[in-house]
Design a protein around this ligand. Structure first.
Ligand SMILES: [Zn+2]
Length: 139
């Protein structure tokens, strides 16, 4: 029933640049990532892998994280206070889950990477399609 049910799932590990923040996430080896063009993601080059909360585990670095919010202040943009890298955060589209930065994953576990553009500059008009897509993936 679920699109990814026959695909292999793996544990991806990743973190910030200096190594204080480390996490692991359960996801398919073939990743469907979202490339958002909003004012913040465009500047950081963030590549989103959105997962439910129970598929994400922060291994270390909770004390190293600083939070930035803007606009609706729903999203909790977490970045390492030492190296400045945003390796994961709580996204506005899925406030009960996490978005992991695919660019911050360790090499070796990604079998394939599909990138889907998301028009974050017109967030309200674009979000329904993203939610539908993720509902399929997380069944
Ligand atoms: Zn760091």
């Amino acid at each position: 029933m679920a699109i990814h049910s026959t695909e292999s799932w793996v544990v991806h590990r990743g973190g910030c640049h200096c190594g204080r923040v480390r996490f692991e996430v359960d996801a398919p080896a073939a990743i469907a990532a979202v490339d958002c063009n909003c004012s913040l993601c465009q500047k950081t080059g963030y590549l989103h892998l959105i997962v439910s909360r129970d598929r994400f585990r922060l291994l270390q670095g909770r004390d190293a994280l600083t939070t930035y919010t803007f606009n609706t202040h729903t999203a909790q943009h977490l970045f390492c206070a030492t190296c400045g890298i945003k390796s994961f955060y709580v996204p506005r589209s899925h406030p009960d889950g996490y978005s992991v930065n695919v660019r911050c994953l360790d090499p070796g576990t990604i079998a394939d990477l599909q990138i889907q553009p998301f028009d974050g500059q017109n967030w309200e008009d674009s979000i329904e399609g993203l939610r539908d897509r993720d509902a399929i993936e997380t069944q």
